[in-house]
Ligand binder design. Structure first.
Ligand SMILES: NC(=O)c1ccc[n+]([C@@H]2O[C@H](COP(=O)([O-])OP(=O)(O)OC[C@H]3O[C@@H](n4cnc5c(N)ncnc54)[C@H](OP(=O)(O)O)[C@@H]3O)[C@@H](O)[C@H]2O)c1
Length: 268
């Protein structure tokens, strides 16, 4: 298919590209004609998705700088270019009150959610983008600009990622555009403990009447990564079904926060 967005033949790296939002982003990039390199920790999943997309993949954690170096090297060797980086992999641990946060888990959160995106952009910049240009999209969260129960580490690290996005946008212009997408609640494994069970109650409190699907977020990522957004940098695109404007829609309690208070994710 010919890309409507100028993504045909471009090369993209998507971290956490094996399921959820990252898988959908990788799939939409491939459908738009891009060459795609996916990463995640599970080797078999990386292999499976790379094969499905006709792309390549590398297994490892983004917390490991050597893994990020390998991703850049492999993408450059295989594709001869790196035009798009999507920093999508993240952790929502440590979950709970900040007074109980384990310092090692806190550091890991910042390593995965903030440092890894910076390191991957540094790698892509040095290897290709400094000379040839490119685009970066960081996946933040609608929750990054307000506080919430139990999600202090996650929210703080995502707020840092939001700031990093804007800082990099200024530093890397005009060659490289850097933007973020901030999803509301999306139907993925990471958020399953929030939306299941009782999805209808959640949906009723959202202005657009449903929780998000990975494709909702991926379409925004693809647009920002594409030439259609050529005059957009340092932006954060909320894709949240109206979550952030719900106060003007309904006077009820915010079901997501009620659930964050009373439920917990699995570790992983
Ligand atoms: N779902 C939501 O409601 C929601 C809302 C706001 C923001 N977000 C953001 O959206 C992004 C994607 O989340 P999702 O909901 O799609 O999650 P998901 O379904 O759990 O998928 C996460 C992906 O990242 C990979 N991954 C996790 N930790 C990794 C690590 N340390 N190194 C490399 N890969 C890793 C996972 O594979 P492996 O486990 O094999 O590594 C998987 O491919 C995240 O940045 C998240 O913060 C999600």
């Amino acid at each position: 298919m010919t890309s409507p967005y100028g993504l045909q033949g471009r090369a993209a790296i998507v971290t956490g590209g094996t399921r959820g939002i990252g898988r959908e982003v990788a799939g939409q990039l491939a459908s738009a004609g891009a060459l795609v390199c996916v990463t995640a920790r599970d080797t078999a999943e990386v292999r499976r998705v790379a094969a499905e997309l006709g792309g390549i993949g590398v297994a490892g954690t983004v917390a490991d700088p050597a893994h990020l170096d390998e991703v850049v090297r492999l993408a450059l060797d295989a594709f001869g270019r790196i035009d798009v980086v999507v920093n999508n992999a993240a952790t929502n641990q440590p979950y709970g009150p900040l007074m109980d946060a384990d310092p090692r888990a806190w550091r890991e959160a910042f390593l995965v959610n903030v440092e890894a995106p910076l390191r991957l952009v540094q790698g892509a910049w040095r290897a290709w983008m400094r000379e040839h240009g490119g685009t970066v999209v960081n996946i933040c969260t609608e929750g990054a600009d307000h506080v919430g129960p139990q999600v202090g580490a996650y929210g703080t690290s995502k707020a840092a990622l939001l700031h990093l996005t804007r800082q990099l946008a200024g530093e890397l212009a005009p060659r490289v555009r850097v933007n973020s997408v901030s999803p509301g609640l999306v139907r993925t494994e990471m958020a399953r403990f929030v939306w299941e069970p009782g999805e209808d109650d959640l949906a009723a409190g959202l202005p657009l009447g449903r929780i998000g699907e990975p494709a909702d977020v991926a379409r925004a990522v693809i647009w920002l990564a594409s030439d259609a957004a050529e005059w957009v940098t340092g932006a954060d695109l909320l894709v949240d079904g109206g979550t952030s404007v719900r106060a003007a829609y309904s006077s009820g309690t915010y079901a997501v926060h009620e659930r964050l208070r009373s439920r917990a994710p699995g570790t992983g």
